[in-house]
Design a protein around this ligand. Structure first.
Ligand SMILES: Cc1ncc(COP(=O)(O)O)c(C=O)c1O
Length: 403
């Protein structure tokens, strides 16, 4: 047997990831179900082909064109005008977040989040030798802001990561809560500031991977980045908002995530990035895709409607379905969620076993995919629907919903 010097804390660990299964209806990793159109494909192919002609050279290291295009996109999407120096990008928001923890985490530093939440957060921390602390959410998955402030005070984290909308619950953070957390984070970071002047702020990351799916009226934390003090300094220099092209934008295969923050914070991330971390091909493809943002985002409104209809339907069937600002819904409870998951899979529908015990998460697909999901779920759980008039009235017939 080979004996290799794997880091002790990695021994026995499995690589992270949902099962990759080739089934007709894939609703398990929160992708956009609509592929790019032939026009978009042709433009991306042309841009990549042009970039390929220069592949003997390293790509642009600090991504000036791409960061400017992302800033422009955020202006259109959220009405928040930022400089390109306030934007950072990498291979998926997974890599962006790794840069954050490489820069601000590390030995002796703590990363704080609140569960249930995205299960990669502890892995970013582990991979960067950062201590990870998980506080609880309320039963409805909102955050108790007093408890969050008390935990920050007690733990003195270098980084607090909060997904909004949260994965797997779909819960968005009210802007007032984000502001309260930013205030609680001031001066309550680790006691080792670079200039020896005492405790520093902790960096608050609002992970808006699903931000574009938020309901009308739900603000983005990006808005807080435009606030300044009387002297022009940013009011929240310790705020970072992460976004991705993987979800609403429909470009999960591209691997392009980004972050918006103060220039100071972004410049600190540039210290830890590997040189040329984002290939010339990725940069070219992302720029071409951003040129088609209107078309690529055109299905977001219908996905939101489909999500809201799904919540209504699940509730009408008798399940608990959590309010969602994302493109997925957490629902249950099931006495044996694994059995329900397997039953759906046998019917060609792949969803995700994740979140609190008894619950499942389903991502919003096309209307046809959702119809297959609903039919399969009813078949697996022995629940039927009844129609009255021309309105669908879904009634749970079988009280025992377990497969
Ligand atoms: C909350 C959250 N953040 C970040 C990511 C990572 O996205 P990506 O690395 O594709 O940008 C995901 C992916 O599912 C997610 O759910």
């Amino acid at each position: 047997m080979t004996v290799l010097p794997l880091r002790p804390e990695l021994r026995g660990c499995e690589p992270y990831g949902a099962p990759e299964l080739d089934v007709p209806v894939r609703l398990n990793v929160n992708e956009n179900p609509y592929p790019p159109s032939p026009t978009v494909i042709a433009d991306i192919a042309a841009a990549v082909s042009e970039a390929a002609a220069g592949l003997n050279r390293y790509p642009e290291r600090d991504l000036p064109a791409l960061r400017a295009a992302l800033a422009e996109y955020l202006d259109v999407e959220s009405g928040v005008l930022l400089d390109r120096e306030q934007i950072w990008a990498a291979n998926g928001s997974n890599e962006v977040m790794t840069h954050v923890l490489q820069a601000f985490g590390g030995p002796g530093h703590t990363c704080l989040s609140f569960t249930p939440t995205y299960s990669m957060y502890p892995e970013y921390a582990r991979n960067t030798f950062t201590r990870y602390v998980a506080g609880p959410r309320r039963e409805d998955f909102t955050l108790d802001i007093d408890a969050v402030a008390a935990t920050i005070e007690a733990e003195r984290p270098a980084v607090v990561i909060l997904a909004s909308p949260n994965n797997p619950t779909g819960t968005a953070l009210p802007q007032a809560d984000v502001v309260a957390i930013l205030e609680a984070a001031r001066g309550r970071g680790p006691a080792d500031s670079a200039d020896g002047s005492g405790p520093c702020d902790c960096v608050v990351v609002i992970d808006e991977a699903y931000g574009e799916f938020r309901r009308p009226g739900v603000p983005s934390a990006l808005e807080l980045l435009t606030l300044t003090e009387a002297d022009g300094a940013p009011r929240h220099p310790h705020l970072a908002v992460t976004r991705t092209m993987s979800k609403a934008f429909g470009m999960a295969g591209l691997r392009l995530g980004y972050l918006a923050a103060s220039r100071e914070l972004v410049d600190m991330l540039r210290i830890v990035r590997l040189p040329y971390h984002l290939s010339a091909l990725s940069q070219a493809a992302a720029l071409a895709a951003l040129d088609h943002r209107e078309e690529l985002m055109s299905q977001v409104a219908s996905l939101r409607d489909e999500r809201d209809a799904l919540v209504d339907w699940l509730r009408a069937c008798g399940w608990i379905a959590h309010e969602s600002d994302a493109n997925f819904v957490l629902f249950g409870p099931f006495a044996d969620r694994e059995a329900v998951w397997r039953g759906l899979l046998e019917r060609g529908v792949l969803i995700r076993v994740v979140g609190p015990e008894g619950y499942l998460r389903v991502c919003v697909g096309t209307p046809e995919e959702m119809e297959r999901f609903r039919t399969a779920l009813l078949a697996v759980t022995g629940t039927t629907t009844r129609r009255s008039g021309n309105e669908a009235n879904h009634t749970k017939v079988n009280q025992e919903k377990n497969a």
